[in-house]
Design a protein around this ligand. Sequence first.
Ligand SMILES: [Zn+2]
Length: 142
Amino acid sequence: MVANIDNIASTFMTFNEAYFGGVLPWPLFGVLHSYRTCGVFEYRARTWDGDLVDPIIKVTDYYDMDEEVFNGILCHEMIHYYLMYLHFKDRSMHGKWFKKKVKQLNEKYGLNIPTFIDITDLKRRKGAPLLGYWLRHFYIMP
Ligand SMILES: [Zn+2]
C-alpha cells in the first residue's frame, strides 16, 4: 500500500482506539515524499503548560509497503505523539519511555513496532523518482 492522508487517518483512528485507549486528540496528517524518512511526528509549538500545538503525523509515499510495515511506521510515530502528549520526557528520541511503550504494545497486542526501518527492504512506489533524481538535482550543488 502507498501512504496517503486517508489511509493514515483511518489507521490512526483504529490504532488510537485499539492501542492507546483513544486518548490521542485528532492530529494533522501529512504525506512525505522522502526515501530516507519513513515517518515523522512533529508539532509547531508547545503552550506555556506544555500542550502540543498542531501535532502532525506524516508517512512517506515513496514506498509501496506491506500493510505490516505501514502499520509499524504509523504506530511508531503514534508512540512519539503519545509520549509527548502525556509529557513523558526521554533523553533521546528513542529513549527509555519510548522503548518501554514499544515493548508493552508489542507484547500486549502481538505487534512488531520497529525502532528503525531498513529502507533497503522496501519497494519503491511505481512512479516515484529514482534516487539518482535527488542526487542530480539536490545533492550536488553547482
Ligand atoms: Zn522515532
